[in-house]
Design a protein around this ligand. Sequence first.
Ligand code: MG
Ligand code: MG
Length: 249
Amino acid sequence: MVSLKSPREIGLIRKACAVVAQILEELAAMAKPGISTAELDRFAEARARELKAVPAFKGYHGFPASVCISLNEEVVHGIPSAKRLLKDGDIVGLDFGVILDGWYGDSARTVAVGNISPAARKLLEVTQEGLARGIQQCWEGNRVFDIGHAIQNYVEGFGFSVVREFVGHGIGRALHEEPQIPNYGPKGKGIPLKVGMVLAIEPMINAGSHEVKVLSDGWTAVTLDQSLSAHFEHTVAITPKGPEILTLI
Ligand code: MG
Ligand code: MG
């Protein structure tokens, strides 16, 4: 069942999302050559608790950390490690969520570490713009696949591909609520979008083929062809005036 949130409830989700956006901004600034992914994770958890929030991913289905940190060919769900140091030229996906007063916020971005290749830069730009185009579909009267259709149509125009195995989701009292939001699909299909829906939209875009596999750690998804992958996510409320992005800083 899809739950519709009242303006008051959206206000509470907005507060959780503000914490997420703030911490992601800080993490992005820290993502420099030489820092370990475990250090980023520790910082995010401590910062969340300082802001009276609880990291949403730690312990979720057994995930061992607070931030999913995915480097280069890793698509999503990378596990932070003290042995994993960022280096010049990497792209690093930072996916973070919190619970504040019982409400969830969820956002992700992929950032450049030092100087990255023009090809990597293009992938980041196109993925971010793909997300923006998906968000622009979040009006009552549109349908859920309109979001993915807009994303797919845009990113495939650059020769990139959309990951199929992982999708966006409703969010609120739980991290993952209905509906699922694929980042691909036919225009005009799926359930109707309604005012009061709060959706985490999160395209994962590969430079090569769309195929992924999960590593033996049971979490880290990587591109099958080892091509680069980027991930951007916002939590978005559908209002009478269209989409409101709740995870903007
Ligand atoms: Mg996320
Ligand atoms: Mg999410």
